[in-house]
Design a binder for this molecule. Sequence first.
Ligand SMILES: Cc1cc2nc3c(=O)[nH]c(=O)nc-3n(C[C@H](O)[C@H](O)[C@H](O)COP(=O)(O)OP(=O)(O)OC[C@H]3O[C@@H](n4cnc5c(N)ncnc54)[C@H](O)[C@@H]3O)c2cc1C
Length: 600
Amino acid sequence: MRGSAMSPADPAMSDAVARLQEWASAFEAALGTGHPDRVAALFAADCYWRDLIAFTWTIRTLEGQEAIRQMVADRAAIVRASHWRVTGAADVAGGIDGWLDFETALARGRAHVRLRQGRCWTLLTAARALKGHEEAEGPTRERGAPRPGQADRRSWLDRRAEEAASIGRTVQPYVLIVGGGQGGLALGARLKRLKVPALIVDTHPLPGDNWRSRYRSLCLHDPVWYDHLPYLPFPAHWPVFTPKDKLADWLEMYARVMELDCWNSTTCRSAAYDAQGGLWTVQVDRDGEPVTLQPRHLVLATGMAGLPQLPSIPGMDGFKGEQHHSSRHEGGAAYAGKRVVVIGSNNSAHDICADLVEHGADVTMLQRSSTLVVKTDTMLRLGWGALYSEEAVAAGIDTDTADLLAASMPYRLMPDVQRPIWARIAEEDAAFYDRLRAAGFLLDFGEDESGMGLKYLRRGSGYYIDVGASELIINGAIKLRSDSGIKAIVPDGVLLEDGSLLAADVIVYATGFGSMTGWAEKLISREVADAVGPCWGLGSGTARDPGPWVGELRNMWTPTAQDGLWFHGGNLAQSRHYSRYLALQLKARFEQLPVTPYRP
Ligand SMILES: Cc1cc2nc3c(=O)[nH]c(=O)nc-3n(C[C@H](O)[C@H](O)[C@H](O)COP(=O)(O)OP(=O)(O)OC[C@H]3O[C@@H](n4cnc5c(N)ncnc54)[C@H](O)[C@@H]3O)c2cc1C
């Protein structure tokens, strides 16, 4: 399907390619004539155009012909999109799906189109590189060894050491990234390759410590094909589900070989923006030394699972035993023989409970609301399989193509696409779900039965990918209470609304994490956080994702209401894919290219 560079005159060109090229030529002509109505008419009545910074210099989905018409009216003359060339197309049920390359005045891009009855149902346009500012790679890679007679005879080591020593000291970073987890590192790597001076600061002593510091039993719940970092994919022997300390070592290595400028043991204390000068003043504490940094752009890559969210339950202060949030839970080893109540029923709660059982603790999970559970193997087969699996790789779907295909489905359509998949999962694993229900576990498949991906996008929580803990609930090794709310924490444990007492020596609050906007409030100000508004969530109007509908993840990877402030994060796949568009937006500004986000 990716196809090669077939020209319309090629006799071997398939019918699907020819028909898509016909549409693309009409599209290009309509864009060029300054007639937005003609562009809109090439779309179906029910249509979606998702743009990743190619036309809008933000991330936006235009829904319907009128929204498309308006954007084209505003943008076509500036963007000057041209050279739409089909690189692959195939007949699918109801139409044609295919790929195109295109150019704009500033960028080279890739597009994905779904045609139905000759008109466009969904279009994805993604800027992939800035013209004249492409990353050096392949034939344009650096030579490394000095050329005979070259004036600068410094070794790589000397040059690298000087570069690392100067940033933040004699050279101000253009971009300061707060947070050196996989998010900060992936973005740092892209900026390095784009030659944008960037500094990453992180409180932890070493890159990778964001994973090292989590509970011992943690392995990634997503499979390896989904988790690669930019530029350096995991090797082919890498396990399907990466243990967290192994991932930590990979990140540490990544920071080094990608030559990232990281200040570890460095905490960002505050940041203030000077609108006149267009500069941030950021106070950091570098291993006890106060340092002031003045970047033009500040990226908060502080983690969407970074600000622990503790519930407020009467009596918490009076508990006699030990209590902590899941982010502070190191593992079950210290709790053999102890009575532990774990409040919560999502991924962390399950992992922690299973590990505690393994270490001989007496564990009760307290489920407060229903949870989506899916068996890993089923998820591998029916969830990730089409795009992120050994089979997908064998079918020629590389990570980049998979990412673009995933991005090509507008969020509005996702529930309808996902529902049948989750209905099938429910049917295939019906016996498993029956046993889980019989154990008292409250199950759901999302408010509208649309499954895990949507729960993640809407609220970032509410599910467990089963790597074994469900069986422990079914067989009673993990005790479960789901039939009564919590009335209070009392000195000896947790008092439930039905009057029963769950006696406990330890309480673990696996109660999730707050919005990334909280970081803006903490590090910048309440005013800026309020102006920016919430991060994450689509505005679906479902639980914990209040409307209005936005159609994209709010404030992620896009310009925000605060000049020079950006948010970056998410799972490994999002971090990998969207760091590209964030890096290109920052590079465009670094090169002072005329980029103005489309704000209708
Ligand atoms: C238990 C758990 C399991 C997960 N499993 C998966 C999985 O299987 N697959 C997947 O893709 N995702 C998973 N995730 C989600 C996501 O990938 C992780 O949360 C990941 O760590 C996010 O990376 P990040 O770089 O965006 O943020 P983080 O890893 O949270 O890193 C943020 C960094 O910011 C630093 N920081 C914060 N404040 C400051 C400050 N003021 N100054 C300096 N530094 C600061 C922190 O020290 C930290 O290192 C999981 C999350 C959790 C909590």
